[in-house]
Ligand binder design. Structure first.
Ligand SMILES: [Zn+2]
Length: 76
């Protein structure tokens, strides 16, 4: 029995916060934050677990983006 594959496409990206494949989200430096997590973050307080998780992930993305642009600078 073969399950029909529906709503699955290569366009799905994994959300960096909840790690679920989602179609829609905000893209930052080639990473994606899904709309659910974005909403959660927007309504989260600074002390919330969701918020600190978001900050940690953003730091990681930011640092990798920085090191990426650094290596490009060195090439020029
Ligand atoms: Zn998410």
């Amino acid at each position: 029995m073969v399950e029909p594959v529906k709503n699955v496409s290569l366009a799905l990206s994994e959300c960096i916060i909840c790690h679920k494949p989602k179609e829609e989200g905000i893209r930052i430096f080639g990473q994606m934050i899904c709309l659910d997590c974005e909403r959660e973050i927007v309504h989260a307080d600074v002390g919330d677990e969701a918020y600190s998780r978001y900050v940690e992930e953003m730091k990681r993305i930011w640092l990798s983006a920085l090191s990426l642009s650094h290596s490009i600078d060195e090439m020029n």
